[in-house]
Design a protein. Structure first.
Length: 336
């Protein structure tokens, strides 16, 4: 552990560090505690590329660009978290020992494409998940302890390079947020959001321990699916589920997709813990959707999750677990 400095003023030092890192090509506008950073040579409206970028290609660009800037890819956290949450809900949980317990280590440090489960996605008035939100997704992140604010700003500059190589160029980007710190438990932070052509694509958060503010870290995050949505500007269900959107309700496909991730990670249906969440997901799959089996949707989801997290079970076994659960008494899926 380093000795504490005499005084720290994270908000003002952060803006100074960002100005130095991003340079004269970016304009900094502030009003009260609100900050907005835009590229000076802002361009015309964004036009998606004609060629559709694939998941594997995106992951390759992300990993190689971070590696070029000295940030290696690290393996994902286990999906079964069983600490403050049943599941891993964000890559930033890798920093818990360092930021919360003030220990000299974290679970992961680097570029982390992390499959996560979240049941808190934004929903519309009918209760359906809004565009841009999923129960399960890949949290594309860079989680790193930093020694000073300049390192944090440099990670943002690296992210701008990553986005450019994906086709999301600076002239369509905006970085904005409040510079007044928030606090949750032992951790304080300043969050700046990134939008591309008006679509929110992620954020970068400066984090520090509330009682030891020299213990700082960066949490840069987006969703792999949301990035592809920003690149292609296709309809959200088509981005995520592809041609399966023509065969089933996106809400049902979302449940199958999340359930596939859970079972592929070795979690079985149960009455408590992660297994109970799996049971809830299977109950949301109607009999009409499950009557002929789930193999096509499960195989598609399993292939996607395999890109970032080696599965513990092959897709036929995952399918068997889900269909067995759907056939059990009390579910709305397959008849016994």
């Amino acid at each position: 552990m380093r000795s504490p400095p005499a005084m720290l003023n994270h908000p003002s030092e952060l803006v100074t560090a960002l100005r130095r890192s991003l340079g004269m090509r970016w304009s900094f506008d502030s009003e009260g505690d609100r900050l907005c950073i835009r590229y000076q040579a802002r361009g015309t409206s964004y036009r998606p590329p004609r060629r559709l970028i694939g998941w594997q290609e995106m992951l390759g660009i992300l990993a190689s660009t971070f590696a070029e800037h000295g940030i290696p890819q690290v393996p994902p956290l286990p999906l079964r978290w069983n600490r403050e949450t049943d599941f891993t809900i964000s890559a930033v949980q890798a920093l818990d020992p360092y930021l919360k317990q003030r220990l000299p280590y974290s679970y992961r440090q680097g570029y982390l494409p992390q499959p996560v489960i979240r049941f808190t996605g934004k929903r519309d008035n009918s209760g359906q998940l809004a565009d841009g939100f999923l129960t399960a997704f890949v949290n594309v992140s860079c989680v790193l302890p930093v020694r000073d604010l300049s390192e944090h700003a440099q990670i943002l500059d690296t992210w701008l390079t990553v986005l450019s190589r994906l086709g999301l160029h600076a002239r369509h980007l905006e970085i904005h947020g409040a510079t007044i710190p928030w606090q949750r438990g032992e951790v304080k932070g300043i969050t700046l959001c990134l939008t591309h052509g008006g679509l929110e694509i992620g954020d970068i958060v400066l984090l520090w321990n509330a009682s030891s503010p020299w213990l700082m870290a960066t949490d840069l995050g987006s969703g792999l699916e949301r990035l592809r949505w920003a690149i292609t500007r296709m309809a959200w269900p088509l981005v995520v589920h592809g041609s399966l959107t023509e065969r089933a309700d996106p809400a049902v496909l979302d449940s199958i997709r999340a359930a596939t991730l859970i079972v592929a990670n070795g979690i079985q249906p149960s009455d408590r813990g992660p297994g109970s969440a799996l049971k809830r997901l299977t109950r949301s799959i109607p009999a009409a959707s499950a009557a002929l089996g789930l193999s096509v949707a499960v195989r598609s989801a399993h292939a996607y999750w395999s890109l970032t997290s080696p599965p513990q079970l092959p897709w036929p076994d995952v399918c068997q677990v889900l269909e067995r659960e759907l056939a059990s008494p009390g579910t709305t899926g397959l008849a016994v």
